[in-house]
Design a protein around this ligand. Structure first.
Ligand SMILES: [Fe+2]
Length: 367
């Protein structure tokens, strides 16, 4: 069987990397559009980027209105801003949402598209070069070309992207994750674990993706106890940030499966943070796939020092805190919104609508 492994992102990592390697940014353009959210002004990342750009004599503009789970309206505003900015380079600074926005900005800056037209995945003009600076340790978006936006009037999420949206450069400095509240550190760590898990158990997944996935499982197991505590040391934060990047490499090769598809309406309809929305159905998703992907799942469980898929529920659940309660009508709406997407994915198990219902009922503690 022939496989392709493609990972064209230059990764520069370690404390102080943005300032030490500012010349790598200057090599990509003359005026940068910084796409971010207000949090980058608090965690030191934006100040580092601005000082790197100033040292290199580059101009810049800042769009700091990226929404969590960006809506098409938010992306249309960003598109107008990008087209008028005169920038020839986009720097995404933040968690998954600002990086998803940055991918949109790189297309919209040079193409007179509405946000909805991004899903055509055809760009008449070549998107601007992208630099990614994650400030959470979960999404791995710096390594993949996909961008996820909120659609259907806020009821679901949908992704766009082609290899033209791979970042040219990613900077990983765990300093920027130090102000992250513990619940977000936990959720994002679970998200990264899910990326590796979905990529790994996918039928016919690639051998090279598996190398990174196994490293994510080992890293997650090493960080698990620390994540249950009240704070994280710098070494653990660095490990989690690298883990997220490795997991990003996995999904860049393999894409996500039905677990992510099931998470999307939890976020879009109930505002559940992405990592939490992925973590809630994770154990039920693994159980449903266990028969068809037993060898791979057993290997993951053994790395985590667990003996059965049932133990995964508390292993992951101990890291999560969902404040919502759900009714049967909520579950019906979740199934309605996601079943077709879950079924269409390359899951090891051939999902039915009943399976999707079962997954939500188990995940949301309704059985
Ligand atoms: Fe994710």
């Amino acid at each position: 069987m022939v496989n392709v492994f493609y990972c064209p992102v230059k990764v520069i990592y370690g404390k102080g990397c943005v300032n030490e390697h500012s010349s790598s940014i200057a090599a990509l353009g003359t005026k940068a559009l910084i796409v971010t959210s207000p949090s980058s002004a608090r965690n030191g990342s934006r100040a580092d980027v601005v000082s790197a750009l100033e040292r290199e004599g580059m101009g810049y503009a800042v769009f700091d209105r990226c929404e969590n789970n960006p809506s098409l309206k938010n992306i249309d505003d960003l598109g107008n801003f990008a087209r008028n900015s005169g920038c020839d380079l986009v720097i995404g600074v933040g968690g998954g949402s600002p990086m998803d926005c940055a991918k949109a900005a790189s297309v919209l800056a040079v193409n007179d598209y509405s946000a909805a037209e991004l899903f055509k995945n055809i760009y008449p003009n070549r998107p601007l070069p992208l630099v990614m600076i994650p400030t959470t340790a979960g999404t791995g978006s710096e390594m993949s070309y996909n961008s996820v936006l909120t659609v259907d009037g806020g009821k679901n999420k949908k992704s766009f992207g082609t290899p033209a949206l791979h970042a040219k450069l990613a900077f990983l400095d765990a300093t920027y994750t130090e102000k992250l509240p513990m619940h977000l550190a936990r959720n994002t760590a679970v998200d990264a674990f899910a990326h590796a898990l979905e990529g790994y158990i996918k039928p016919n997944s690639s051998a090279m993706g598996a190398v990174f996935a196994r490293e994510v499982f080992r890293g997650f197991a090493r960080c698990h106890d620390a994540l249950l505590g009240d704070s994280l040391d710098f070494e653990t934060r660095e490990k989690l940030l690298m883990n997220a990047m490795y997991a990003g490499i996995v999904i860049a090769q393999e894409r996500t499966l039905g677990l992510h598809a099931a998470s999307y309406p939890l976020t879009a309809m109930f505002g559940v943070q992405h990592g939490l929305a992925v973590g809630l159905p994770l154990a039920a998703f693994v159980k449903l796939n266990y028969k068809e992907a037993k060898d791979k799942i057993d290997e993951v469980l053994s790395i985590l020092d667990l003996s059965s898929p049932d133990e995964l529920k508390s292993y992951i659940g101990d890291l999560l805190a969902d404040k919502n309660t759900y009714t049967m009508s909520d579950v019906n709406n979740l199934v309605e919104a996601s079943a077709d997407n879950v079924i269409a994915k390359s899951n090891p198990h051939k999902f039915t609508r009943d399976d999707v219902m079962k997954m939500y009922l188990e995940s949301l503690n309704m059985v």
